[in-house]
Design a protein around this ligand. Structure first.
Ligand code: IVH
Length: 697
């Protein structure tokens, strides 16, 4: 045996330090992922990781499966193994109808006796994937899909990548049972879902129709590297089995206590969970919840009603399919049937040419849909969608609605011929090339359609949010030769714009003002605006948090980028490759050369929860704040600042020259205040006016 290097710390010390590092990292993961309250900077967190990796490299014999280093980068598995659940994982009885829920309530009351006091636990029904998480002696042992309810597939290699999953349970507040089986839902938050889809679309791949499909498609992959790039998360909502012994669980009598125990052990539980005392209260809560459906950060498909009293649950028992003590009240699905009127080829900002279905307009969950993406020719021919077909259209998150499948049309309905991709770019005439399943216009910097798509993307609400810079205006600007590349937008004057068809003095001045206002922005918005492949809002935020400024990010090599939370090798290479291309570098240089002003990113942890649950939208110019400062303030106060008005919005703050967002707010009945109203609103929430003054710029 080689003798240890004289500088090498003795093994016992290394073991002790590794244990410390693991528990420190686990604690910071919990603060970051579950409590949304990080205590240390990303650099300090990186330093802990660095030390852990170094020490593990020197002592490979001390690496154990609970080390956070084993979350990602685990080896791919050869195939998915099966495992029996420790207790059956049943489904839920469900309906969208109030009468069906009332019958459930009546059955429960009949079974428990009319005098029984009934308390229901209400929980959002997360549209994700049900999993069993097994902990042995407090350590994460495996994760198993629901499967047929008795036997599922082992997906531990992917579930391990979930930052919110404790690899070791916390026994500090309550003893951890020797064997614990927890049921929960693995899901993808909407923002991450949109990001992943955005990435897939930019690579010419078919996006997923719902966060559920994406979560399901991810956890069953063999290589965990893929899951590590898709930020799955989870909520735990039940204990399936808690072994024997003094575990602090056997004594529990109410579901609410079970949820508390899960949280004590460090498992994430949904803060929306609550108790109500009557069927009427359940229904009122369901209706209020339906109103807030769009405001949640994740997709929900209903509300689960569960009896809180565990002894009463046992008396009611189960059917083979579902427990008799729980019921899901469902929301209407975000799917509709429509008809394909035409299929056209559309050139995206990365040159990928995709077939797009023009649909008979249809309302899906409050949004009128007239176009849907058909992705690429392989996907199109697999689904065999043609003009005239009746199709199912689905939308989730903010992604372009999608044609999910073809349905049987009316008898005798005419079907068009199969769609054929054009051979030349419909915009610039360049011969199209095949890149895997995608058809691409290779004329990246000369194709007007790509320039238009990049401009529309830069103006979109997730990027610089330029009011009035839609498809039509972008096309006019590019066709008139006023905008050849993105920086030209910021050199426009109202006089230039006024010469365009359909513009007059007032509308031209408005566009100029909107561009000027959008030119003061934040690092994440700027990064999204650049249209870097793979970079949507969540990735842009992670990059901004890590690098602070665009310059620092540009200077980072692929290896450094790959070390950022949630960014894997493929993304890192795409980002580094983007900045390395001299034509992109020129665009970035010109943008930063006085055209766009990017505020350095302040790493903010919410300092309070004064605005928890609030989603604010700022429109027009404020006198006392830049848009970025106002948005950062909202984040610091625990709220959300969004780019567009939706049913999720709780308040619109309108500054000077506010535009169409006001009409949308009026249409949706969202309250609108001016800047003074905003300050009054903050003070009403207990925000200190002195702090506000410091915030204002
Ligand atoms: S309770 C026996 N609670 O809904 C109890 N399920 O349609 C059954 N789901 O397979 C599950 N959120 O994947 C429960 N808070 C929640 C849930 C939830 C989502 C899913 C779960 C289940 C499906 C049943």
């Amino acid at each position: 045996m080689p003798s240890p290097h004289p500088d090498e710390p003795p093994r016992a010390d290394a073991r002790r330090r590794l244990a410390e590092l693991r528990s420190e990292i686990a604690r910071h993961d919990r603060l970051y992922h579950q409590l949304d309250a990080p205590e240390i900077s990303d650099e300090a967190y990186d330093a802990l990781w660095h030390e852990l990796r170094e020490l593990e490299a020197r002592h490979p014999e001390l690496v154990d499966p609970d080390s956070p280093s084993q979350r990602v980068g685990g080896a791919p598995v050869a195939g998915l193994e099966s495992a029996a659940h420790l207790a059956p994982m049943r489904s839920l009885d469900s309906s969208a109808k109030e009468a069906a829920f009332r019958q459930f309530d009546a059955r429960v009351r009949r079974a428990l006796g009319e005098d029984a006091e009934i308390v229901y636990s209400l929980e959002p029904k997360i549209d994700g994937l049900s999993v069993e998480l097994v902990y042995e002696a407090g350590r994460f042992a495996r994760a198993v899909t629901r499967g047929d309810g008795l036997v599922g597939e082992v997906i531990s290699h992917n579930v391990r990548t979930i930052g919110a999953l404790p690899l070791e349970l916390d026994g500090g507040r309550r003893p951890v049972p020797p064997l614990l089986s927890v049921r929960g839902e693995v899901y993808l938050a909407l923002e991450a879902f949109d990001d992943v889809n955005e990435r897939l679309i930019s690579e010419g791949k078919a996006p997923f129709a719902s966060p559920r499909n994406l979560a399901a498609g991810t956890v069953r992959q063999l290589d965990p590297a893929l899951a590590a790039e898709r930020p799955l998360t989870l909520f735990a909502y039940d204990v399936l089995e808690a072994g024997a012994g003094e575990d602090g669980h056997g004594a529990l009598t109410r579901h609410q206590q079970v949820l508390e125990a899960l949280a004590d052990w460090g498992l994430p539980t949904n803060p929306e969970n609550r108790l109500v005392g009557s069927a009427d209260a359940v229904w009122a809560a369901f209706e209020a919840f339906a109103e807030r459906r769009d405001a949640l950060a994740y997709e929900v498909d209903g509300l689960v009603v569960k009896l809180d009293d565990l002894a009463a649950r046992r008396r009611l028992g189960d059917t083979a399919h579902h427990p008799r003590w729980a019921f899901a009240i469902k929301f209407p699905p975000r799917k509709e049937v429509s008809q394909v009127l035409r299929i056209v080829a559309s050139v995206g900002r990365t040159g990928v040419v995709t077939p797009v279905a023009l649909l008979r307009p249809v309302n899906i969950g409050g949004v009128t849909v007239g176009r849907a993406n058909l992705h690429n020719r392989e996907d199109l021919s697999r689904k065999d969608i043609r003009e005239g077909d009746t199709v199912r259209v689905e939308r989730a998150g903010d992604v372009i609605p999608q044609v999910v499948e073809r349905l049987a049309g009316p008898p005798g309905a005419e079907r068009g011929a199969p769609f054929r991709m054009p051979e030349a770019c419909p915009s610039c005439g360049t011969p199209l090339i095949d890149r895997g399943p995608y058809t691409v216009c290779p004329n990246a910097f000369g194709c007007p359609a790509q320039a238009v798509a990049r401009l529309v993307h830069l103006g979109s609400r997730i990027a610089l949010d330029v009011e009035g810079l839609g498809d039509v205006t972008a096309r006019l600007l590019v066709e008139a030769g006023l905008v050849r590349e993105l920086p030209d937008l910021f050199d426009l004057t109202a006089a230039d714009v006024e010469r365009l068809e359909g513009f007059a003095a007032v509308s031209a001045a408005k566009l100029e003002a909107a561009v000027r206002q959008a030119a003061r922005t934040t690092v994440p918005r700027f990064l999204v605006a650049l249209g870097i492949p793979e970079v949507g809002p969540a990735v842009a935020r992670a990059l901004a948090e890590r690098f602070g400024t665009v310059e620092a990010l540009r200077a980072a090599d692929a290896a450094t980028l790959a070390g950022v939370r949630g960014i894997g090798g493929v993304m890192a290479a795409a980002i580094a490759g983007f900045f390395a291309d001299p034509r992109n570098a020129r665009v970035v240089d010109r943008l930063l050369d006085g055209r766009v002003e990017v505020e350095p990113f302040d790493v903010v942890a919410p300092a309070s929860d004064a605005l928890a649950g609030e989603t604010l939208v700022f429109t027009g110019a404020l006198a006392g704040f830049t848009r970025g400062a106002a948005e950062a303030l909202v984040a610091r106060l625990g709220g959300r600042a969004a780019g567009s008005v939706s049913q999720r919005t709780t308040l619109v703050v309108a500054g000077a020259d506010a535009g169409s967002k006001l009409e949308r707010a009026a249409a949706l009945g969202v309250p609108v205040v001016d800047e003074a109203g905003f300050l009054a609103f903050l003070e009403g929430r207990g925000v200190d006016p002195v702090e506000l003054q410091q915030e204002a710029s």
